[in-house]
Write a protein that binds this ligand. Structure first.
Ligand code: NAD
Length: 350
């Protein structure tokens, strides 16, 4: 039998809590990867897993990702993540959320939760009745920071994308450039607005027809089939939908000098960072460029500043990317590998 220490994704996680509440049917894994820089922060995913082992793997992998993301964003937060094991029908009850809130509370602030896939602002409000260690709540009356992280993520991606354009194409604006955006959801829509405002020409794709049509009529973007968007001849391809879209097959077919988008875990495997590099494609490591949302969540939770601090921290994203690309050029290692190494140094695990 494999213990948690035997999992491939176990990476000296400080603690992994297995939570059970028989009365409500709650089963959850709360993984605390690192509290080196502060409380382990990271959202809760509500998902049906075919096997319990897959839930543990997800919690281990995602919590490590949060340590890296928070460290690279310069936040005083460690990395953690919860997965709640949903049944096939994804039944979510108030009792379950209450039991989860109590479980988070028992950790005494070592872990701070927020939304992730399958969890809404309403769920966070329900959890907040049982613990203070929760963020991603609506902006309180009188407060200035909080609410939907999407626009903040999009601003960081926009600024990071511009830094990539400057570096690779030597251009200061997106005026006249062709940007292909995969997805027409929350982040993609805000990103599209920023890019169009600067004169970019957009192509967009989404499996959700209503969304893609609405965004197209608002921004004048050309609608493209989801199967084609990544492979368009474009100045930038911006993945803002799914993870693991960059692999040996797709990288060989790319027709762009730059990949800069919001999606988490864009590289299917570590080697895909090297594959992009070998093709001369500049890659903006996902957890660095997409940190705008967690920056907003962090400032909301820690109450350590207002909208100016959020903006200032988001404006730090291009500089961090430049640092990564510089080091990548100097060392010959690909940007994703450089970012991982930097993040490890920051959390004291070099
Ligand atoms: P969202 O759910 O609002 O949008 C995602 C969109 O992708 C949806 O419209 C969906 O229909 C579309 N999509 C799904 N499969 C697709 C496919 N095969 N081809 C094209 N489109 C497809 O999500 P979001 O909040 O905009 O997040 C987008 C990505 O950015 C996700 O990977 C998310 O994990 C990541 N991210 C988001 C935030 C944030 O603040 N929202 C922060 C960091 C990272």
């Amino acid at each position: 039998m494999t213990t948690v220490w035997g999992y491939d994704d176990f990476d000296a996680h400080e603690a992994v809590h297995f939570v059970t509440d028989e009365a409500s049917g709650l089963r959850a894994v709360i993984a605390l990867h690192s509290t080196h820089l502060g409380p382990a922060a990271g959202g809760t995913r509500f998902w049906h897993y075919a096997k319990d082992e897959a839930a543990v793997t997800d919690a281990l992998r995602l919590s490590r990702g949060m340590s890296y993301k928070n460290a690279m964003a310069g936040l005083p937060l460690g990395g953690g993540k919860t997965v709640i094991l949903a049944d096939e029908a994804k039944t979510k009850t108030p009792e379950m959320l209450a039991a989860f809130g109590r479980a988070v509370n028992r950790l005494g602030g070592a872990y701070v939760t927020a939304e992730d896939v399958g969890m809404s602002v309403e769920d966070m409000i329900a959890i907040s009745h049982h613990t203070d260690f929760v963020a991603g709540l609506p902006v309180e009356e009188g407060a200035q920071v909080g609410g939907d992280p999407g626009p903040h993520t999009a601003l960081g991606v926009f600024l990071g994308l511009k830094a990539a354009v400057k570096r690779k194409l030597g251009k200061d604006t997106l005026d006249g450039l062709h940007i292909a955006i995969q997805g027409a959801g929350s982040v993609a829509s805000h990103l599209a607005r920023h890019a169009v405002e600067e004169g970019a020409r957009l192509s967009i794709a989404d499996v959700n027809t209503a969304r893609v049509e609405a965004l197209s009529s608002e921004t004048g973007a050309t609608i493209v089939a989801p199967a084609d968007i990544l492979f368009l001849e474009a100045d930038v391809v911006s993945p803002c939908a799914l993870g693991a879209i960059l692999n040996e097959d797709t990288i060989a077919k790319l027709n762009t000098p730059i990949i800069a988008g919001a999606a988490n875990n864009q590289l299917a495997h570590k080697e895909d960072g090297q594959r992009l590099d070998a093709r001369g494609i500049l890659y903006a490591p996902d957890y660095v460029i997409n940190a705008g949302g967690i920056i907003n969540v962090s400032t909301e939770y820690l109450k350590d500043g207002g909208p100016e601090l959020v903006r200032q921290r988001i404006e730090g994203i291009p500089g961090r990317l430049d640092q990564i690309w510089e080091e990548s050029e100097a060392s010959g290692r690909d940007p994703a590998a450089v970012a991982d190494a930097m993040a490890k140094r920051l959390i004291g695990r070099a």
